[in-house]
Ligand binder design. Structure first.
Ligand code: GLA
Length: 735
C-alpha cells in the first residue's frame, strides 16, 4: 500500500496489492481522474490518459489552445458552473443566490492511518500502518468555500474509502444543496449495474442490468436506508461471474436517505455518485462551520463478485464492527417473537427458556410486548417501563431467573418511535415529527420521535440506561418499524436538515449506549432487514436479516445480503412450520442448515417440539457451537445463485484452508435429470481433503477444477429427498 505523489506532473497514485487509483491536478488547479482499476506500474506521469480532443460546442477551461473541457475530463469532485454538464458532486447556493463554484487545488497532505469522521460511522484502523490517507484541499476564491477530499487506501482489506469535508471560510452563509461522498468518472460504460432491491420480508434480491445512456439510480427517501434499495451498487463487466471478471463495488456507510447513481453521458463515459440524497437535504453552513459527508467505500475485484464481497466482508467484520463482539462467535439465541407474539408473561417465557437451555441455547431474547400498555402493536411505544402484570416481580427478577438457568438475557426496544396515548406523547407532542395543523400519517400505528433534537435523545438515553442497568441485559434488539412521513420539526430552523440530523441523533444514542455498555451485543432491525447497512454495523455488530424466516426465502435473502455484508452480521433463525409468513413446510434440517450461515438462533416455542425434533435441535446447536468460528468468520463463497436456478450453493473456508463447509440447497425435487457438479473455491490446491457425506479424500485442485459431483450417476440422486432439501459437506484437510 502506497500513496505516491509525483511533484512535477502533480500526479497522485494510490495503490494497494489489488488496485491503482490515479489522478492529477491540471492547470489551473482541477483534480482530474485518470485511472481506477487493477494495480499497474507507477510512472512519472499518466498524461497520455488525459482526453483532450477538440469537440464542437464544448465549454473550455481556457482559450489557450489546450482544448481541455471539464465536460470531457474525468473529474474527482465536480461542481456546477465551470463547464462540466454532468450531475455534480457538490452544489451550493451562495448568499447572493449564485450556484457557481470554482474549486481549485490549494494543497495536500499524505498521512499514515485514517482519521475518523465526527459523529458518523466509518471504517477505522487498529494500527496506523494499516492505511494511508490523502487529503486534497480545494478552495473557491469567491465564496471562501474550502473542500477537503479524503482518500484512504488500505492493504488490510484492499479497499478505498472516500469522504469530503466542506468548510465555509468565507463571511456569508452558504447552503449546501448536494454534498456527495464520492464521485468517480470511468472512461467507458460497458458495464452491468448490480443492485440489491426488495421490500419488507423479501430484502436484497440481486438485480443486474446493463448500463444505458442517462441516469440510473437507486435511493431511499424514507428516513432509513430501507429494504427497497440497499445503499450499494456495483459495476461489473459483461463477462463477470461470481468467480471471474472485473467489478467495482460501491457501498455507503450511512443509514439515512441516500442516492447511488450511474450517469452515462453520450460520449460513453459513466459517472458514479454516492451520497446523502440531495432531494431531502440541504445544509446551512455558517462562516467557519464545516460539514462532513458520510463515507463511501470502493472495492475493486478482478476475481469476480466473490472477490469484491470478500473485501467488504473482511473490512466490515474487522474494521467497521467494533468492540467486544468484533470477531467473537455469536451466542446461539432464542427469540420469543414468533413463539408467542404479544401473548406472554414471565412464567410463560421462563417455561420456554427452561426448554431452550436444555437444547443448548445461550441467549434468551424477549421481544416486543414486555412494557406497559403493549397488548398489540397499536400502543405503548415510548415510555419504556416494564409491564407489572406480565412481570409481577420486576424485570430484574426475570433476568436473574434467565441467568440462573445459565443463559444471557436479551431485550427488544424501538427507541425512535412513539405510540399515541403514551406519557411521552401526551407530555411532549412537540417531540414527534409532524407539522402542526396537518394530519399525521401513522405507520404501523406509530409516529417518529425527533431524534434531531438532543433533548429527545437525552430523554430516551436516560430511559434505556435505566432499563439496561436495572434489567442487566446482555443483548439489545433495536428495532425501527416505519418510513418517515410528515417530515417537519418545529425545533429546527432549517427543515431540510432534519433527515440528516435525525440519523446523526440515532448514531449519537447508539454511541452513548455502547460506550456505557461495551459488552452488550446490539442487533439492529427495521421490520426485519430494512436498515441493514454499513452505518448500523459500526454500532450493532449484527442485524436481523428479514422478518421472512422461511428457509427457502432466507437462502435468497442471505445470498443477496452476502454481496456486501459478512455472515457474522446476518441474524438468522430457525422458525416453526408451517412458516408464519408463507405457510411453507421445510424440514428442520434444512431450516437449521440455512440458519447456520448467520448468527444462528431459534424463533419458535421449543417446548412444543416433539422429542425427535428436540433431539435433532440439540445436535444442530452442538454442530453450530463446534463450527461457528468457521461458519461466521471463514471466507464466504457464493457458488450457485438461487436467483438463477433451482439450487443454491455456497461455502465457507477457514483462513488456514484446513476446513470448509459446503452447503447445497435444492428448491424443488426433479426427476431423472442430469448430473450436477459444482466447482468449489478458495481451497488449498495441494491439500488432500476428506469430504463428509461422500467419504472420499480429494485434492483441493480436484474439488476446484473437476468439482464435487452431487449425483450418483445411476439415475437416482445421491442428494435424494424431496423439495427444499439441503446437504452440508464438511471438508477437513488430511494432509
Ligand atoms: C419487527 C421485527 C420483528 C419483531 C416485531 C415486533 O417487525 O422485525 O422481528 O421484533 O417488529 O413488533
Amino acid at each position: 500500500m502506497q500513496i505516491i505523489y509525483h511533484e512535477q506532473s502533480r500526479t497522485f497514485h494510490l495503490r494497494n496489492s489489488v488496485t491503482s487509483y490515479i489522478f492529477r491536478i491540471i492547470d489551473p488547479g482541477y483534480p482530474v481522474h485518470l485511472y481506477y482499476g487493477k494495480a499497474i506500474h507507477d510512472r512519472e506521469d499518466f498524461d497520455h490518459l488525459l482526453e483532450a480532443a477538440p469537440r464542437p460546442m464544448s465549454v473550455l477551461i481556457a482559450d489557450d489552445g489546450s482544448e481541455l473541457s471539464l465536460e470531457h475530463l474525468k473529474l474527482e469532485y465536480p461542481v456546477y458552473g465551470t463547464g462540466d454538464m454532468r450531475p455534480p458532486a457538490l452544489d451550493i447556493r451562495a448568499s447572493n443566490g449564485s450556484r457557481l463554484l470554482d474549486l481549485r487545488y490549494e494543497s495536500h497532505r499524505i498521512t499514515e492511518g485514517k482519521p475518523g469522521i465526527p459523529g458518523l460511522p466509518a471504517v477505522y484502523c487498529d494500527d496506523s500502518s494499516e492505511a494511508m490517507t490523502l487529503q486534497i484541499r480545494l478552495k473557491d476564491a469567491k465564496t471562501g468555500l474550502a473542500v477537503i477530499l479524503n482518500y484512504t487506501v488500505t492493504e488490510y482489506a484492499p479497499a478505498m474509502m472516500r469522504s469530503a469535508e466542506i468548510i465555509n471560510e468565507g463571511t456569508q452563509e452558504i447552503v449546501l444543496e448536494h454534498a456527495m461522498s464520492l464521485s468517480l468518472d470511468l472512461p467507458d460504460r460497458d458495464y452491468d449495474m448490480i443492485m440489491l432491491t426488495g421490500a419488507w420480508a423479501r430484502e436484497r434480491s440481486v438485480k443486474r442490468n446493463p448500463l444505458h445512456e442517462g441516469a440510473q439510480s437507486i435511493s431511499s427517501m424514507r428516513g432509513f436506508s430501507s429494504p427497497h434499495f440497499n445503499p450499494f451498487i456495483a459495476l461489473c463487466r459483461k463477462n463477470c461471474t461470481e468467480t471471474e471478471g472485473e467489478v467495482t463495488g460501491l457501498s455507503f456507510v450511512y443509514s439515512g436517505n441516500f442516492l447511488a447513481e450511474a450517469y452515462c453521458d453520450t460520449y460513453d463515459t459513466v459517472r458514479l455518485r454516492m451520497g446523502i440524497h440531495p432531494d431531502t437535504f440541504k445544509w446551512h453552513l455558517a462562516p467557519q462551520a464545516s460539514f462532513h459527508t458520510p463515507e463511501a467505500v470502493l472495492a475493486y475485484s478482478c476475481t469476480g463478485l466473490n472477490g469484491m464481497s470478500q473485501i467488504f466482508h473482511k473490512l466490515y467484520a474487522e474494521r467497521l464492527v467494533r468492540g467486544y463482539w468484533r470477531g467473537r462467535p455469536r451466542p446461539v439465541l432464542l427469540n420469543n417473537w414468533e413463539a408467542t407474539y404479544f401473548d406472554f408473561d414471565e412464567a410463560k417465557l421462563l417455561g420456554i427458556a427452561a426448554e431452550a437451555k436444555k437444547l443448548g441455547i445461550e441467549l434468551f431474547v424477549m421481544d416486543d410486548g414486555w412494557f406497559t400498555n403493549r397488548r398489540n402493536d397499536r400502543s405503548g411505544l415510548g415510555d419504556w417501563e416494564y409491564d407489572p402484570e406480565r412481570f409481577p416481580y420486576g424485570l430484574g427478577h426475570y433476568t436473574e431467573a434467565i441467568r440462573d438457568m445459565g443463559m444471557m438475557a436479551g431485550i427488544w426496544i424501538e427507541p425512535e418511535m412513539v405510540s399515541p396515548g403514551t406519557k411521552i406523547f401526551r407530555e411532549h407532542p412537540d417531540w414527534v415529527i409532524h407539522e402542526e395543523g396537518r394530519p399525521m400519517h401513522p405507520g404501523r400505528h406509530e409516529y417518529v420521535l425527533n431524534f434531531a433534537d438532543p433533548d429527545v435523545v437525552q430523554y430516551i438515553f436516560e430511559k434505556l440506561d435505566r432499563l439496561l442497568s436495572e434489567g442487566g441485559f446482555d443483548y439489545v434488539k433495536w428495532d425501527m418499524n416505519r418510513s418517515m412521513s410528515d417530515v417537519f420539526a418545529a425545533s429546527l430552523p432549517h427543515q431540510d436538515e432534519l433527515m440528516h440530523r435525525y440519523i446523526l441523533g440515532v448514531y449519537s444514542l447508539y454511541e452513548r449506549l455502547i460506550r456505557k455498555y461495551p459488552k452488550t451485543l446490539f442487533e439492529s432491525c427495521a421490520s426485519g432487514g430494512g436498515r441493514f447497512d454499513p452505518g448500523m454495523l459500526y454500532y450493532a455488530p449484527q442485524c436481523w436479516t428479514s422478518d421472512d424466516t422461511d428457509a427457502y426465502e432466507r437462502q435468497k435473502i442471505q445470498y443477496g445480503t452476502s454481496m456486501v455484508y459478512p455472515v457474522s452480521s446476518m441474524g438468522s433463525h430457525v422458525s416453526a412450520v408451517p412458516n408464519h409468513q408463507l405457510g411453507r413446510t421445510v424440514s428442520l434440517k434444512t431450516r437449521a442448515e440455512t440458519a447456520y450461515f448467520g448468527t444462528f438462533g431459534y424463533e419458535m416455542d421449543v417446548s412444543k417440539m416433539t422429542e425427535d425434533e428436540k433431539e435433532q435441535t440439540r445436535r444442530h446447536i452442538a454442530f453450530m457451537k463446534a463450527n461457528r468460528q468457521l461458519l461466521q468468520f471463514g471466507t464466504f463463497w457464493r457458488l450457485k445463485s438461487p436467483f438463477e436456478s433451482n439450487e443454491t450453493v455456497w461455502m465457507t473456508v477457514s483462513e488456514d484452508k484446513t476446513e470448509a463447509v459446503v452447503a447445497y440447497y435444492r428448491c424443488l425435487q426433479q426427476i431423472n435429470r442430469g448430473f450436477r457438479r459444482i466447482r468449489l473455491a478458495g481451497l488449498d490446491p495441494d491439500r488432500l481433503y476428506h469430504v463428509s457425506e461422500l467419504e472420499i479424500d480429494v485434492y483441493g485442485d480436484e474439488l476446484m477444477h473437476t468439482g464435487l459431483i452431487l449425483s450418483d450417476g445411476s439415475g437416482g440422486e445421491r442428494v435424494s429427498g424431496t423439495d427444499f432439501l439441503s446437504r452440508l459437506y464438511m471438508l477437513r484437510a488430511v494432509s
